[in-house]
Design a protein around this ligand. Structure first.
Ligand SMILES: Cc1ncc(COP(=O)(O)O)c(C=O)c1O
Length: 422
C-alpha cells in the first residue's frame, strides 16, 4: 500500500477516498516496476499510448539526439526539421485526401482546434448559423469545455457540466434501421445549424468501449457528406494500429474533412497531437484578412522532442510487424474472452484489434476490482461497467495470457462477493 503525496491532486479520483496509489519507478516493455519491488504487467499501455512498449530504444535515441540540438522552440514564426519531417511522415501514411497538419499538445486541445476549425470554416464561407456539433451517445472526446460538450451529456463523465457548457445535438450511434431513421431526422431537422459531425470511428473508447461496424461508420460519413456537414474523425484513441489497421477509417474506406490524432502519435513518450485537414478545409482559411486565419497556437505545439519521438514511432511502424502483432493479440483476446461470456454477471464480451472488453452487469465497487487486479500483478483499470485491456502491441504472449488469466480468475470472485448487488 503506497499512500499518495498529500498535496498532489490525482485525475478522475475522489481524493477523499484515495488511499493507495502505487509508485512507479521504472518501465520496460510491457512491465511497470513499482518501488516495493513489485512488477505489474501493463494491460492498458499508459492510457493507450505506449504502442511499441515502454522505453523503445529508437524513440529514446531520437529524443536524445533532438534534446542536444533544440528541446523546444516556439512554432509561431519558426519552423523546424522534426515538424517538417513529421508532416511528411504523417501525410505519407494517411489517406491522400488529407493535406495539412496543425499541431497541438494534447488530445483534448486537438478536439478543441478541430471544433474551432469547423465553425470558422463555415464563417469564412459566410455561413453564420452553422455553429453546433452532432455527436453521439457514449462519446468521449476529452476534458476541456468544447470537448466536454461533445461527450455523452447524460451518461458520460462530464454530465455534471451538462447545463454549464455548450449544448450540442446528440444521437444514438445509428446501428439499426430504426436508429438510422431517427439519425436522419435529427440531421434533417438541424442541418442548417450543424458545423460538423464528430465521431470516434469503430470504437468509442472512454465512454464505455462501445463498438460499431465499418458499415455504420461509412453510413455516418455518407450522411454528413450528403447534408453538407463537415465530418470530424477523432482517432486519438483508435489511431496508430489500435483497431488492426493504421487508422480505423481505412476499414470503412472513408475519409473525413478533419482528423484528430494524439496519444500513440509519439509512441507514448511525450504529449503531442495533430489536427489534419483536407485541402478544402485549409483553403477556406486563406486570404488577406487576418480574421480568416486560425487564431490558435498552443505554447508547446509541435514541440521538437515530441515530433522527434513521433517520427521515430512512425519509422518503427514501417520497420517492425506491429499490425501483425495487433492481429495476433486480437486472435488471442477473441479466443480467450469468448469463454468469459458464460460467467455470472457478464453482460457482453467484445473485441476489436488490440482491444478486449468484458462488460459486467454492474460494478458496485470499482476500487475493490482495481485493487484485486493490482494484487494479481496486472495493471487493469475497470471503469463504468467494464473491464478492458488495450495492451502494448509488443506484449509477449505469456504476458497477455497473464492479463487474461487475471480477468478469468477475478470475475468469478467479483460475482461471488457482490452477488446480491448485481
Ligand atoms: C477519443 C479521444 N479523444 C480525445 C481524448 C483526450 O485526449 P487527452 O487526454 O490527450 O487530452 C481522448 C482521451 O482519452 C480520447 O480517447
Amino acid at each position: 500500500m503506497t499512500e499518495p503525496h498529500p498535496n498532489v491532486w490525482f485525475p478522475y479520483a475522489q481524493m477523499g477516498q484515495l488511499q493507495n496509489v502505487p509508485k512507479a519507478i521504472k518501465t520496460q516493455g510491457s512491465k511497470i516496476y513499482l518501488e516495493n519491488n513489485k512488477i505489474l504487467i501493463d494491460g492498458i499501455s499508459s492510457w493507450w499510448t505506449a504502442c511499441h512498449g515502454y522505453n523503445n530504444p529508437k524513440i529514446e535515441e531520437s529524443i536524445i539526439k533532438q534534446i542536444k540540438k533544440m528541446p523546444h522552440i516556439m512554432f509561431g514564426g519558426f519552423s523546424h526539421e522534426p515538424a517538417d519531417n513529421l508532416t511528411d511522415n504523417l501525410l505519407c501514411i494517411l489517406s491522400k485526401k488529407y493535406n495539412h497538419v496543425f499541431y497541438a499538445d494534447s488530445g483534448s486541445v486537438a478536439v478543441e482546434v478541430s471544433m474551432k476549425m469547423a465553425i470558422q470554416y463555415w464563417l469564412n464561407l459566410g455561413v453564420k448559423e452553422k455553429n453546433k456539433f452532432l455527436s453521439f451517445k457514449h462519446a468521449y472526446h476529452g476534458d476541456t469545455s468544447g470537448a466536454m460538450s461533445v461527450c455523452d451529456p447524460d451518461d458520460g463523465m462530464h454530465s455534471l457540466f451538462k447545463n454549464h457548457i455548450s449544448k450540442q445535438i446528440i444521437s444514438e450511434i445509428p446501428n439499426s434501421n430504426i436508429q438510422k431513421k431517427k439519425f436522419e431526422k435529427i440531421v434533417a431537422d438541424n442541418k442548417s445549424k450543424i458545423a460538423a459531425i464528430i465521431l470516434e470511428p469503430l470504437v468509442q473508447c472512454a465512454g464505455g468501449m462501445k463498438m460499431h461496424s465499418t458499415q455504420v461508420l461509412s453510413y455516418i460519413a455518407g450522411v454528413a457528406k450528403k447534408n453538407d456537414i463537415l465530418f470530424i474523425l477523432d482517432e486519438i484513441a483508435t489511431g496508430f494500429g489500435r483497431t488492426g489497421t493504421m487508422f480505423a477509417y481505412e476499414q470503412a474506406d472513408i475519409q473525413s474533412d478533419i482528423l484528430c490524432l494524439g496519444k500513440a502519435l509519439t509512441g507514448g513518450a511525450l504529449s503531442l497531437s495533430a489536427v489534419v485537414t483536407t485541402r478544402d478545409v485549409y483553403e477556406a482559411f486563406l486570404g488577406s484578412d487576418l480574421n480568416k486565419a486560425l487564431m490558435h497556437g498552443p505554447t508547446y505545439m509541435a514541440n521538437p522532442l515530441a515530433c522527434a519521438a513521433a517520427n521515430a514511432s512512425i519509422e518503427i511502424f514501417k520497420d517492425e510487424p506491429r499490425l501483425e502483432q495487433v492481429l495476433n493479440i486480437e486472435k488471442i483476446i477473441k479466443d480467450r474472452m469468448e469463454t468469459f461470456s458464460n460467467f455470472p454477471g457478464v453482460l457482453d464480451v467484445r473485441s476489436k484489434g488490440a482491444i478486449g472488453v468484458v462488460q459486467l452487469k454492474r460494478i458496485p465497487d470499482l476500487n475493490w476490482l482495481r485493487n484485486r487486479f493490482t494484487e494479481k500483478g496486472v495493471w487493469i483499470r475497470p471503469f463504468l461497467d467494464i473491464i478492458y485491456i488495450m495492451p502494448c502491441f509488443t506484449i509477449k504472449e505469456d504476458e497477455l495470457n497473464q492479463l487474461l488469466d487475471a480477468i478469468e480468475q477475478i470475475i468469478p470472485e467479483w460475482a461471488d462477493k457482490f452477488y446480491e448487488q448485481i
